[in-house]
Design a protein around this ligand. Structure first.
Ligand SMILES: NC(=O)c1ccc[n+]([C@@H]2O[C@H](COP(=O)([O-])OP(=O)(O)OC[C@H]3O[C@@H](n4cnc5c(N)ncnc54)[C@H](O)[C@@H]3O)[C@@H](O)[C@H]2O)c1
Length: 371
């Protein structure tokens, strides 16, 4: 099947690595036949890199409507800023093309709901490329927890702070502006985490959070902005099955960043990317976990995302990283943002169904949409 990319920025090359793994393994996969970016030079350079790695240079476009019209694409991967996800997806569906979306599914939950409805309306597939639940290691972790390897989960702790020295995360100013990113790092990075939490331990019922913007000005020396999106979030939550969570993310820290996830069950502790420690002190390495629980899954999360897209199109198979799960993950993030805004605990269900939207309205305001 023929695949196109819309957006050739920071993350695009990791997707080509995923396609490379599939090619190396001789798995049936997509041909990346066209790429598009409004920055022509970026698209041209990316096409050269694709040729080096996959053996064929894709056709380059700077206007995705033209690409959709000229190329007989079966699917596209959309790799652009969050405020554009829903409009570009609808245009692709309307052109008869299946869509793989980058996280977060949409800039905010109501647009996520719209995208899922649009996919149904046009009878097209919509999958999400969420690496935190894809690839052999992440699938092994989820299967191990679900099959009771560490017993019922009572507590998840997830701490992530980065030191940007008042610069931009990933070199992109848009990530710090609510009208383009939906929220700060709690959305951009946080949605990976909430997707992971809900994949391994089921739905989250209620969330309470504090958020702040500590850094009032960010600059890379050329561009200076006054961020409107949160740079610090401290969150607690409760799963429907009773487990508790403590989750923090911040781009405002200085001197030393930190990162770590601990999943505690009644029989032991799972540290993603590291190992499982059981209560008798014995350890299970990630490589052993993969062998035991996910020998059938390709290694690279983005390789897996294209396997999922392929199977959704050809076999109507529900992907692990579905749009619906992505909407749930996004709704947990927005429950935290809502809670920090109204200063009360918030039920994720009230965000999922649109009942509570005080925070989301502020995103619409910045997007210049009528509230
Ligand atoms: N690990 C991950 O899964 C991961 C990591 C990084 C980014 N992402 C996601 O991928 C998406 C893109 O992020 P990024 O870091 O690559 O951003 P980026 O800003 O580096 O790249 C976005 C690109 O889209 C282009 N673009 C903007 N509007 C366009 C349009 N109308 N038509 C065509 N091209 C257009 C821009 O010129 C830019 O080159 C976001 O949704 C982000 O959250 C996912």
């Amino acid at each position: 099947m023929k695949l196109g990319f819309i957006g050739c920025g920071v993350i695009s090359i990791a997707h080509v690595e995923g396609l490379e793994e599939l090619k190396r393994k001789g798995l049936e996969t997509f041909e990346l036949s066209a790429v598009c970016d409004i920055q022509k030079e970026r698209a041209e350079n990316f096409a050269l890199e694709v040729e080096k790695r996959l053996g064929k240079r894709p056709v380059v476009y700077t206007e995705y409507h033209v690409m959709l019209e000229n190329e007989q694409l079966d699917a596209v991967s959309i790799l652009i800023n969050h405020d554009l996800h829903h409009t570009v997806a609808e245009d692709c569906f309307a052109a008869g093309v299946h869509v793989q979306m980058q996280k977060p599914l949409a800039i905010s939950p109501s647009f996520g709901r719209k995208m899922i409805a649009d996919a149904k309306k046009y009878h097209r597939v919509l999958t999400l490329s969420e690496p935190s639940v894809l690839g052999a290691e992440n699938v092994a972790i989820a299967r191990a927890v679900k099959e009771g390897a560490i017993g019922p989960v009572s507590l998840i702790m997830d701490y992530a702070t980065v030191t940007l020295n008042r610069g931009f995360f990933a070199g992109t100013p848009w990530r710090h502006m609510k009208g383009q990113a939906g929220a700060g790092w709690i959305n951009d990075h946080g949605v990976h985490r909430t997707h992971f939490f809900t994949e391994i331990n089921g739905s989250i019922d209620e969330v309470f959070a504090y958020t702040e913007i500590f850094e009032k000005e960010l600059s890379n020396g050329k561009v200076t902005i006054n961020p409107t999106a949160e740079d610090t979030a401290v969150t607690v939550f409760k799963f429907k099955n009773g487990g508790l969570g403590h989750w923090m993310c911040a781009t405002s820290t200085h001197g030393e960043g930190t990162g770590g996830v601990w999943v505690y069950g009644s029989k032991g502790c799972l540290r993603p990317g590291r190992h499982v420690t059981l209560e008798d002190g014995s350890k299970i390495l990630m490589s052993e976990l993969i062998e035991r629980y996910a020998p059938d899954i390709v290694e690279h999360p983005f390789a897996h995302s294209y396997v999922e897209l392929w199977e959704a199109i050809t076999e109507n198979k529900t992907p692990i990283s579905s749009a619906e799960k992505g909407l749930e993950a996004l709704s947990v993030v927005f429950a935290a943002l809502e809670s920090a805004t109204i200063r009360q605990p918030v039920k994720v269900q009230d965000i999922l169904n649109g009942k509570k939207h005080t925070y989301e309205d502020t995103v619409f305001e910045e997007m210049k949409l009528p509230v």
